[in-house]
Design a binder for this molecule. Structure first.
Ligand code: ACO
Length: 431
């Protein structure tokens, strides 16, 4: 076991070392302030382990992502979204009986009750979908208060039902807000349809004409959701833990996570990529201008879909989804000029010293938008799709947090750099 110590002036303080099951090492600084008077400064928490977690292992330097030990490549090839959701939440792949039971619970809890449907009407038709989604998901705590008591012990007793509701209803709310915004009548979930087919049915059915998803379309949607199902302590999942750490219930915590996901540097990146590709297409450019602008260092000109806070080699999800893009478009007989632009842009960036030296590679969002477009999902719904996919990871993290008897409220500190103490000046004496 490694030893660590911190020397401040002449005094040395031993610090315990924690080693994870994959050999990741951490210096335990929990007693640092109490013993030294110092805090650890880590703006953005890039070097801070906020928890111990048994859900997802991510090695950004080597492009590794595993859920409960299973490599993402194997799950993408052999599993589907619902099975992977179960794995992420409960820790093991379900046997046939458990898989059936879980699927049934999702199907039974898919519908949005009449009273809750009225919430939609309170939003302007052009409201940003993520603003609607986070609010309506937050309202689940009001509609099912018995599952959302803000008491971990009680809420954990009802966890299976609350988790199934969250997964199933976030998906239904996503489809309903799509229809609400278009002035279309809602299409209600069908109990006999699997998860992804049901979503597509609720989105795209027409009066007297049910949408029946082609197998390749349902498969592509399954893959897309599965690849987003969890991603360790990212911004939105950390938000779920932050909110949950105050003993807030599952629905409220997930709603906060959805809000965090809406920003363009996180879940909003997928539509930003498509805007960028479309602009390149409209200009008849080959992407040179965007690459040059991205190298200026300005945050607003970044090459969207490139770079990642933790993957500094490649994003394994991007490899899977990049390949799936080709397959899906081929199977559906779609030729999307934006795919060719994306590939050219990727090649140009991968051979450009600016991107290479900063270890900026395509992330999952670089190609996910092209798949969603092929499935008929409009751009302003892309982040909603991400949110539907991420729900299992948020639920699993909330459960892990709520089940930890030694957990404490998340409350970081700061280094104050504002004015030092001064006396109040009455308004008449102020210059
Ligand atoms: N285009 C151009 N330059 C970039 C990009 C980019 N996409 N990303 C990072 N850089 C540059 C930065 O300007 C910085 O340059 P400097 O060292 O000269 O100052 C350097 O690369 C390191 O950048 P950081 O901001 O430190 O990278 P960080 O790890 O904090 O940010 C992030 C990661 C937010 C994902 C960033 O790469 C980015 O903004 N990418 C575009 C948005 C995007 O695709 N987001 C989706 C992420 S995946 C997800 O959420 C599912």
């Amino acid at each position: 076991m490694a030893n660590a110590s911190l020397k401040i002036d002449d005094k040395e303080y031993p610090l315990p070392v924690i080693t994870g099951t994959e050999g990741e090492k951490a210096i335990d600084t929990r007693r640092l302030r109490a013993e030294t008077g110092y805090i650890a400064y880590d703006q953005g928490y890039g070097n801070t382990g906020s928890c111990e977690s048994a859900i997802t292992f991510l090695d950004g330097d080597n492009g590794i992502l595993r859920h409960r030990g299973y490599p993402i490549e194997q799950l993408a090839q052999h599993s589907d979204f619902v099975e992977t959701a179960y794995l992420i939440i409960y820790g093991e792949l379900p046997n046939a009986a458990k898989r059936k039971e879980f699927g049934l619970l999702l199907r039974k809890n898919a519908a949005i009750e009449t009273q809750m449907q009225k919430i939609f009407e309170g939003f302007p038709k052009g409201a940003p979908p993520m603003a609607m989604l986070s609010s309506i998901v937050g309202s689940l705590a009001a509609h099912y208060p018995e599952l959302a008591t803000n008491d971990f012990e009680k809420d954990l007793k009802n966890f299976d039902l609350a988790a199934a509701m969250a997964i199933s209803k976030v998906r239904t709310i996503g489809a309903m807000l799509y229809r609400y915004q278009r002035g279309l009548p809602y299409v209600f979930p069908k109990q006999d349809l699997p998860f992804c087919e049901n979503f597509l049915h609720m989105m795209f059915s027409e009066p007297y004409k049910d949408y029946v998803a082609a197998p390749e379309v349902a498969k592509a949607l399954n893959l897309l959701l599965l690849l987003h199902a969890d991603h360790e302590q990212n911004c939105s999942t950390s938000t779920v833990r932050m909110v949950g750490s105050s003993a807030a219930n599952l629905f409220t915590s997930i709603s906060a996570g959805i809000s965090a996901l809406s920003g363009p540097l996180h879940g909003g990146a997928n539509s930003a990529v498509m805007h960028m590709l479309q602009a390149i297409h409209d200009e008849g450019d080959d992407g040179t201008r965007f690459i040059a602008a991205a190298k200026s260092g300005s945050k607003s000109n970044r090459l969207m879909g490139f770079g990642h806070a933790v993957y500094k080699n490649f994003d394994p999800r991007a490899k899977i989804i990049g390949k799936a893009c080709d397959d899906v478009l081929n199977k559906l007989g779609i030729k999307d000029p934006l795919l060719a632009i994306a590939k050219n842009l990727e090649q140009a960036a991968l051979h450009d010293d600016y991107f290479v030296s900063r270890k900026l590679y395509p992330n999952v969002d670089f190609y996910s938008g092209i798949i969603m477009r092929a499935l008929g999902i409009p751009m302003n719904m892309f982040t909603v799709m991400f949110a539907i996919g991420r729900t299992p990871g948020q639920i699993a993290n909330w459960r892990e947090l709520a089940s930890n008897p030694k957990g404490r409220i998340y409350r970081p500190r700061q280094v104050y750099v504002g004015p030092v103490k001064r006396e109040y000046v009455p308004i008449a004496q102020r210059t």
